[in-house]
Design a protein around this ligand. Sequence first.
Ligand code: FES
Length: 96
Amino acid sequence: MDVAIFRTDRDEVFALLDRCPHKGGPLSQGIVFGQQVACPLHNWTIGLGDGLAQAPDEGCTPRFAVKVEAQVVYLDATELASHATDLTRPIAGPKR
Ligand code: FES
């Protein structure tokens, strides 16, 4: 499972699954603007805070909690492990 870490121009840090809800594009290679990232494949816009595709597109990619201390980014290992093994949780894709 790849996780994309983003930093905004206001030094806010976010983490999303590195998979666009449209067709799985690598969000880590997208362009960040405000609190959103534009997918590099077809330009869907994904909210960094909630992982939601912006209208008119629909879909969601999982987001992860982030903690930054002394300029080091920490992710929650328990959250990552539960996501990787929870088969009922959507990986990424359109809303149903
Ligand atoms: S795969 Fe991201 S917009 Fe199509």
